[in-house]
Design a protein around this ligand. Sequence first.
Ligand code: FAD
Ligand code: NAD
Length: 478
Amino acid sequence: MSDSYDVIVIGAGPGGYVCAIRAAQLGLSVALIEMAADDKAKPQFGGTCLNVGCIPSKALLDSSHKYHEAVHSFATHGIQVGSPAIDIPAMMKRKDKIVSQLTTGVGGLLSHNGVTVLQGKGRLLAGHKVELIDLAGKATLHEAANVVLASGSEPTAIGVAPVDQDRVVDSTGALIFAEVPKRLGIIGAGVIGLELGSVWGRLGAEVVLLEAMDSFLPNMDSQISKESLKIFKKQGLDIRLNARVTATEVANEEVTVTYSVGEQVHTEVFDRLIVSVGRNPRTAELFAEDSGVTVDERGSIYVNDRCATEAPSVWAIGDIVRGPMLAHKASEEGVMVAEQIAGKHHQVNYDCIPSIIYTHPEIAGVGKTEQALKAEGVDIKVGTFPFAAIGRALASGDTDGMVKLIADAKTDRILGAHCVGPSAADLVQQMVIAIEFCSTAEDLQLMVFGHPTLSEAVHEAALAVDGHAIHMANKKKN
Ligand code: FAD
Ligand code: NAD
């Protein structure tokens, strides 16, 4: 046996590295195992989120938004910049620099907190032992009182569109295109399809999204989904619902995609195709059969609401377990597990995890949707308020969308908040705080919101719940 720790964490994504740091802060001896290596063969921290997910995609979303504004909106503000040009290598270099700054920063934090980093592939064996295969293929054995599995997820593959990371790419390939595709096809109009479709669409690609479902963003509040679909269509994203891809063929630097909508068969030719149809938990070779860890019917590691697996003192967090595949959910589970190991109480509130799509405008929601509450038979009152009636939104020329608040008709407690509009992510975060503090619509009505701010849309939506929004004609009067 090489060494022994209070905690061994396998995987240094936002779930694993946050868990390791919090456990070390609480005085535990911690080892963190990571198999990904950077170009200097050093451990690459940050997982999907920092390297090929949240951060690089947002860097490109922000760059492409600035370009789009320069082309389409600056003149309306009285700013003439001639005709802006795109420099993709510079855009990519900026993105890579941000990624490197953050991943290096995580390495510094791990070292500052005294976390031992073990480089290589970790595998849980029976009895809290972990086998580590280093980059040279050498195996060593390590032991811990607690083991935390945090190996994340990988893109779902579909047989009809094999990814070659050239013409047919997954989300990772779509973050490193060397030039703007002329025609970009995307299979799956979910979060990744919309975000990366927006990036390349703003830079000039003609974007077609082929979505198998007959409804758009079905997990979001349906009023917000409908409004978002209208906005995207206005922006030129060609979203085709009920589209089942049956074949793809790569030839002559083009991808031909055959798909059907009902009985009708269609063909489209693209110069690049992104496959973004979901992600699968990464559990292959992660644990030995006799380790006691089990998986559920979706291939996720089975855990209870505190992230304990069926094997004693073995925990699992983030994308490999049930719930939304989100970095903030993974991190909070990491903190919860570290604190439980240290004997503290912490329970993630799974009913209050915000979900956000970083398009422009952004789409965000927290709590229950109107359709879910109606299906549960809950008596609700709903208030909506459009950004078109918000002075600050007009001033910045960002008037698409609305805020929607849902309150319990009897108790007035806020049950859900949904938004499509400018800074929706940050506005909904206010509602995370409100829901966590069990606020009522009246609580929000009585608060003073700064003027002129986008937050006034939240205030007005809260007033609209009871029919007394000020800057709009209310349907019901109170
Ligand atoms: P990961 O981040 O996947 O990290 C797992 C780590 O474990 C990796 O470093 C991997 O190398 C390592 N590993 C795996 N197996 C082993 C092993 N056996 N031994 C050693 N190491 C191992 N979420 C958001 O909340 N907001 C966003 O804006 C957002 N944008 C995204 C954009 C894209 C394009 C993608 C693909 C995802 C995005 N996500 C976003 C999702 C987010 O990235 C994930 O939910 C999050 O990274 C999950 O964290 P994790 O720690 O569970 O796993
Ligand atoms: P997703 O689940 O958001 O969307 C996948 C879409 O593909 C769905 O609409 C689905 O109906 C469709 N689909 C599935 N199979 C299909 C097929 N054969 N043909 C056509 N359409 C098909 O998944 P994603 O966009 O791949 O993202 C994966 C995960 O990454 C998400 O669960 C999300 O939580 C996470 N993510 C989050 C963010 C964010 O928080 N902003 C950004 C990117 C990714």
